[in-house]
Design a protein around this ligand. Structure first.
Ligand SMILES: Cc1ncc(COP(=O)(O)O)c(C=O)c1O
Length: 379
């Protein structure tokens, strides 16, 4: 019996490595986590309970999602993201990850390549490899304020390039694509006839007011596929609900991967998502303010130290420059954990351009963050 070469050689997620090393250790400040420290709002939890216990909504839903949820999401995408869609163009998925998997799986095969951010969320590369396609990375670095560079993108396009993946607000950088850059990126993709897969899973965590959904530039989806999630914005990582706005022609291909892989998203969780999207939104402003306060604390504390950092405009991470210490990211992160009790993620978990950097999560309690910074500054 044999497994495929591809299955045996699949890249692993570097993010989990440090989490596993930190697991079970006492007195560790956790700045490696990629999820909100907040609890899911009580009215959201109650909606799932009510759906299951009272209304007995415990059976399969349609594969594309509950019709009322798709309608509510279409409205949100119109109002918040400026993209005109009908409910038929919105598909509910098992988190943003499942949406990205089904979308990229509809665009890529062995004969194609895709432009991916470096540093970027490692799952983009893992997915690309799973479909036998070639990842071609574009650089996000200080020379371009950690944003895509149009000249470099033009030099990377090949005859087999099918798509570009954008991620704004970015994990791990916190950089945000503004309208002017979105327009240039859209023109670039149009000139080369590429799909734009826009991962906007952190769309509610923008401090700058500059965030723009690139899909809004074309009104209704034609070239742009926009991916969203309840995970980060509503502190619902474990519920596994995401959604994607797609051009009409992409609906059936994506469903062709969702149907055999997940059948549908957990039905009570979809009712929770419906309550989240239709209920009060003000508490999200409080959460965003807390992330901003945490960001400002980190930036103030490292000012004048041997560390430096990009000022994140969104998301809940700080991209910390540790090059002054003369160690690799992995060595630095390991000694920070084992000798100083602070868990972080080495930048190399997000690609080769992460060498010399660490990702710090802001999604922790203020006092824990303060303690972590005390320890970091004592290195
Ligand atoms: C950039 C980015 N996109 C998508 C996801 C997927 O999250 P989920 O599948 O929980 O929606 C994550 C999670 O870490 C992420 O960081």
């Amino acid at each position: 019996m044999r497994l495929t070469e591809a299955a045996l050689n699949r890249p692993q997620s570097g993010v989990r490595k440090m989490m596993e090393l930190a697991w079970g250790r006492e007195d560790v400040v956790h700045l490696e986590v990629g999820e909100p420290g907040f609890e899911t709002a009580p009215h959201v939890v109650a909606a799932a309970h009510h759906a299951a216990a009272v209304d007995h909504r415990t059976r399969y839903s349609p594969t594309p999602g509950l019709p009322e949820l798709r309608e509510a999401l279409a409205e949100k995408i119109g109002k918040v993201n400026g993209i005109e869609v009908d409910g038929g163009q919105v598909l509910v998925t098992n988190g943003g990850a499942n949406a990205l998997f089904a979308v990229l799986g509809s665009m890529l095969d062995q004969s194609t390549s895709v432009l991916l951010p470096n540093p970027g969320w490692s799952n983009f590369t893992m997915m690309t490899r799973a479909f036998g396609a070639t990842p071609v990375s574009y650089d996000l670095d200080a020379s371009n304020r950690y944003l895509p560079d149009l000249d470099q993108l033009a030099s990377l396009v090949r005859p087999d390039t099918r798509a570009i993946v954008l991620n704004s607000p970015s994990n791990p950088l916190g950089s945000v694509i503004d309208r002017a850059l979105a327009e240039r990126l859209f023109e670039f993709a149009a000139a080369h006839d590429l799909w734009i897969v826009s991962d906007e899973c952190y769309d509610g965590v923008d401090f700058s007011g500059e965030f723009v959904s690139i899909g809004s530039l074309e009104g209704t989806p034609e070239r742009v596929v926009s991916v969203y999630s309840f995970s980060k914005v509503y502190a619902m990582t474990g519920w596994r609900v995401g959604y994607v706005a797609v051009p009409h022609e992409v609906v059936t291909p994506v469903l062709g991967l969702l149907q055999p892989s997940v059948m549908c998203v957990n039905t009570p969780a979809q009712y929770a998502a419906l309550a989240a999207i239709e209920g009060p939104q003000e508490y999200l402003d409080d959460w965003r303010e807390q992330y901003r306060r945490h960001r400002d604390l980190v930036l103030a504390r490292i000012d004048g130290s041997r560390y430096s950092a990009l000022r994140p405009d969104g998301g809940f991470y700080v991209w910390l420059d540790v090059r002054d210490f003369g160690k690799s990211s992995e060595e630095f992160a390991t000694s920070l954990l084992l000798d100083h009790g602070v868990a972080t993620t080495p930048g190399t978990a997000f690609g080769t351009n992460g060498e010399g950097f660490l990702r710090l999560s802001l999604a922790t309690a203020y006092d824990d963050l303060r303690l972590g910074l005390d320890r970091l500054l004592a290195v």
